[in-house]
Design a protein around this ligand. Structure first.
Ligand SMILES: Cc1cc2nc3c(=O)[nH]c(=O)nc-3n(C[C@H](O)[C@H](O)[C@H](O)COP(=O)(O)OP(=O)(O)OC[C@H]3O[C@@H](n4cnc5c(N)ncnc54)[C@H](O)[C@@H]3O)c2cc1C
Length: 593
């Protein structure tokens, strides 16, 4: 059995920033980072547009309170405001700290960090490294991991969280290179496993974003919070779905329908193209539905609209957003200096996740009953009781919740850094004086080996890719930008049928060496659990809030639904309960832009 003081699962921004903090606070800690990719291939590396902080370099009127308010309004008042205050208040310091580590941010003429406009933010506060911000930050953090002696287990797949009596004790891991199965125990386990974009057929996320951490937590009895809130980014490149950063609109690009109209004037006249993502994605979907989308030959009635950069000019395009130009050129043959880009909404981000307190420690509940009505003035209900001993989470996999029902662009990298750092610090304190837990290693090894053998032994008639495609198509069709009871119910039935089909897959590869089919089978199980959690949570939220937009319940309903969903998985079905929202300084209001 392998042993460390701390196991961090995930080498993206959240996991790496946490590791750096722990090592800084206590250099003698024995830290393991495990990732199924190499850490610098985590999805964080693909982040483009930037990271928000009220540095006031461009806009001296900005304040952290304004950043907090924009975030809470953007969240449709579902974010926990104590967590948002920490996010906005600590933002300037974490950026300066990154700069001191050596992150190469883009500059103003006078040498200070440049800041651009972003959707839903009322000031220019997004710091960036051209349109490769994630790349710039992650490389520097991973360099630091090496410097601090963090032991990296890359290309190991974590199959199971070992959680007994509400205490996290370790993980079971599978070596992708040679098929070896190992148990690793530790005083603390942290999940920083990222999102689940691959549960849908069109996404900006990488192939590894399969929600494994969420599924493993759910299987171990931990609830998942607010899973109904799936972010659709307005500008996925058509037809591939890869991201064209919001920075492109931040730098001045227009959204145009088949009539050549800047249609955002009809949906968010004060913010136009820089309205929050939920609103912009709905606007694009409505334009396409109304027949004002565009076909590839330029005729009206097609499946996309245009993102038009032509008025920005070559120099600005090539200096501020060169990567987005390149993507469109390489993937769909569009030269954005002279032609508009074809775009439509693409699945991008998970607002929900593993519920934590503001130190990153995971909440197990139980939550409050389904008919619980939250009164923001009643301070007696403790929103964050009952923690899991020794289990922490941060980044996109976690739900602390700073994004509520809709995340603002450039707040996710910030969350990873602020809460990665806080969680790292909390773990360094927590681990003091703790002993390694006892684990029945043989039992876990045997379970894992049997699970893998059972996959290899399946002799059904379905290939993994076929079931995955059907599942992704079902999620996309039945849990999209607009939802109804009927459509989602149908989706849930389809998913249940696909779960039965999953029992009848077969694997071509029966070998131990680089058997990526085993990983694909395990990842498919993860996205299927996640999909069921999303649909069940969404079916039970009878209102429209942020990214959860129901045509049968078009209004936000604070008296009944100003509360977080907690979904508990069991093979027999999913149980729901709820948790109050933390409201500190911003009373819920109608959300208009
Ligand atoms: C294309 C794109 C552009 C974006 N641009 C921006 C932006 O400009 N600004 C912004 O704020 N946000 C942006 N986002 C969102 C932001 O990048 C992510 O939310 C954030 O980087 C997530 O970081 P993370 O550390 O939580 O997880 P990730 O970076 O996704 O890392 C997850 C890690 O977990 C590991 N892992 C997962 N499952 C397992 C397992 N079973 N076993 C072992 N390891 C596992 C992976 O190998 C990986 O190392 C963007 C997202 C995308 C997809």
């Amino acid at each position: 059995m392998l042993e460390h003081d701390v196991i961090i699962v995930g080498g993206g921004l959240a996991g790496s920033r946490a590791a750096v903090e722990m090592a800084r606070m206590n250099p003698s800690l024995n830290i393991a980072m495990v990732a199924k990719t190499h850490p610098i291939r985590s999805h964080s590396v693909a982040a483009q547009g930037g990271i928000a902080a009220s540095l006031k370099n461009v806009d001296s009127a900005d304040t952290w309170e304004a950043h907090a308010f924009d975030t809470v309004k953007g969240s449709d008042y579902l974010a926990d405001q104590d967590a948002v205050e920490i996010l906005a208040q600590e933002a300037p310091n974490v950026i300066i700290d990154l700069e001191h580590m050596g992150v190469l941010f883009s500059r103003l003429e006078d040498g200070r960090i440049a800041q651009r406009a972003f959707g839903g933010h009322t000031h220019n506060r997004t710091c960036y490294a051209a349109d490769k911000t994630g790349h710039a930050i992650l490389h520097e953090l991973v360099n630091n991991l090496r410097r601090y002696g963090v032991q990296i287990y890359d290309e190991w797949y974590i199959m199971r969280l070992i959680l007994e009596d509400a205490q996290a004790k370790g993980v079971v891991m599978y070596n992708i290179e040679n098929g070896e199965v190992v148990v690793m125990r530790a005083k603390v386990v942290m999940f920083a496993t990222g999102g689940y974009g691959r549960a849908f057929n069109t996404t900006s996320n990488d192939y590894a974003s399969t929600g494994d951490g969420l599924a493993m937590s759910a299987l171990a009895g931990v609830p998942l919070q607010d899973m109904e809130f799936v972010q659709f980014h307005p500008t996925g490149l058509y037809p591939v779905g890869v991201l064209i950063s919001e920075a492109v609109r931040g730098e001045g690009a227009y959204l145009i329908n088949s009539e050549g109209e800047r249609f955002m004037a009809n949906y968010a006249p004060s913010k136009m193209e820089l309205a929050p993502r939920d609103i912009t994605s709905r606007a694009i979907t409505l334009e396409i539905r109304a027949g004002r989308g565009i076909h590839r030959d330029g005729s009206p009635g097609g499946p996309f609209i245009y993102l038009d950069l032509r008025h920005m000019g070559r120099e600005k395009i090539m200096s501020r957003i060169p990567f987005c130009w390149e993507e469109a050129h390489r993937l769909v043959g569009v030269d954005a200096v002279h032609e508009p880009m074809p775009v439509r909404p693409t699945v991008h981000y998970s607002m929900g996740g593993i519920p934590t307190n503001t130190d990153g420690q995971v909440i197990i509940g139980p939550g409050l009953p389904v008919d619980f009505k939250f009164d923001p003035k009643d301070k007696s209900v403790n929103p964050r009781n009952n923690l899991v001993d020794g289990f922490f989470a941060a980044g996109e996999a976690a739900c602390v919740s700073v994004h509520g029902a809709n995340r603002l662009g450039s707040n996710s990298l910030l969350e990873c850094v602020v809460y990665g750092k806080r969680t790292g610090a909390a773990i360094a304190r927590f681990v003091e004086g703790r002993k390694l837990p006892d684990i029945d290693e043989q039992r876990y090894l045997q379970d894992a080996k049997e699970q893998i053998q059972a996959l290899l032994d399946r002799r059904g008639g379905y290939r993994i890719g076929q079931i995955r495609q059907e599942f992704q198509d079902a999620m996309t069709e039945h849990c999209g930008v607009f939802r109804t009871q009927e459509i989602m119910q149908e989706g849930l039935t389809k998913i249940q049928q696909l779960q039965d089909k999953y029992q009848q897959i077969y694997l071509d590869d029966q070998d131990n060496v680089w058997n990526t089919e085993i990983i694909e089978a395990l990842e498919l199980r993860s996205i299927m659990i996640v999909g069921q959690m999303i649909l069940t949570s969404a079916l039970n939220r009878l209102e429209s809030r942020g990214a959860h937009s129901r045509e049968d319940y078009p209004k936000r309903d604070d008296p009944n639904f100003l509360k977080h969903t907690l979904a508990y998985y069991s093979p027999a079905g999913i149980d729901l309960s709820y948790r109050p929202v933390s409201i500190t300084r911003f009373e819920p209001q109608e959300r208009k832009y």
